[in-house]
Design a protein around this ligand. Structure first.
Ligand code: FE
Ligand code: FE
Ligand code: ZN
Length: 276
């Protein structure tokens, strides 16, 4: 059985996200831990968190994914920007202890001219710091990136390097974004097995904990991050369906981050993928 959901807005509260997920046929979902500007987060409402957890247990939800604000940059050349990323992510991890959702996804950042090597060193240092400062069962997920601009994490080797330099803890995992890896030059349309073998050799498939299921408006190797609805992009429906059905991936939570006008759009995408 396919475990799939989409990115949901937390604006109506926590339990409301669980109800939205059920309404669209999802058994997992993703949400931003705070608004993209990364400003102060609301304190977690304990009753609301308990209601979500009860709902998830009752309906057999798969692990949910909390997503850090995408505006954070843990490897900026500006020390204040790095410090802000560190404080925000540590605060998120602490808050997630009150909301056991299992997975905390973040973008490894952009080196802003310092070079890949320096970027990896800075982000690895932040991961190490988070792991030592915050006691948590939440797994940190490094998202694979498209390599747009000065983004790090645009190759599997860079992701492996980040994990190694952060000490290789079992609390570090990876989220594979299909649009990002395709744009980065990994052709999962024509050679999914090959890409996954390469993932296994460089990172290890046991680190892979979630998939962002997105089609790509831009071709393979374009290094441009533009999501498309499933079947409306360069990867195509058949290839994305094959991702959800692959032996090595089928038990992971899949999260749609496709451009859809409303929840009905996600419900249709989910139904199509489940029914195919
Ligand atoms: Fe992301
Ligand atoms: Fe993503
Ligand atoms: Zn993206």
């Amino acid at each position: 059985m396919l475990h799939i959901g989409c990115h949901l807005s937390p604006s109506g509260g926590l339990a409301a996200m669980g109800r939205d997920a059920l309404r669209i046929g999802a058994d997992t979902f993703q949400f931003f831990t705070r608004n993209p500007r990364g400003s102060r987060a609301k304190a977690i409402d304990e009753a609301d968190a308990a209601a979500l957890q009860a709902l998830q247990a009752e309906h057999g939800f798969w692990p949910t994914v909390a997503h850090a604000p995408y505006t954070l940059n843990p490897c900026s050349s500006d020390a204040r920007v790095r410090e802000f990323a560190a404080l925000t992510m540590e605060d998120d991890l602490k808050r997630l202890n009150q909301l056991p959702c299992g997975l905390y996804n973040f973008h490894p950042g952009s080196h802003t001219g310092q070079g890949i090597e320096a970027g990896i060193r800075l982000t690895a240092a932040l991961i190490t710091e988070m792991l030592s400062c915050v006691q948590s069962d939440t797994v940190l997920l490094i998202e694979t990136m498209s390599g747009q601009g000065s983004e790090i994490g645009g190759t599997l080797e860079q992701v492996a390097d980040l994990i190694d330099r952060a000490g290789g803890s079992g609390r570090i995992g990876v989220c594979l974004d299909t649009c990002h890896v395709f744009a980065a030059g990994y052709d999962l349309k024509n050679d999914l097995d090959g890409v996954l073998e390469q993932f296994d050799r460089t990172i290890g498939l046991e680190r892979l904990r979630a998939v962002h299921l997105n089609d790509s408006m831009q071709p393979c190797g374009s290094h441009r991050d533009r999501h498309a609805p499933v079947g409306k992009g360069e990867i195509g429906f058949e290839a994305l369906l094959a991702v959800t059905r692959h032996e090595a991936l089928r038990n992971l939570p899949f999260v749609l981050e496709t451009p859809q006008p409303d929840l009905a759009g996600y419900a249709a995408e989910i139904a199509t993928l489940k029914g195919a």
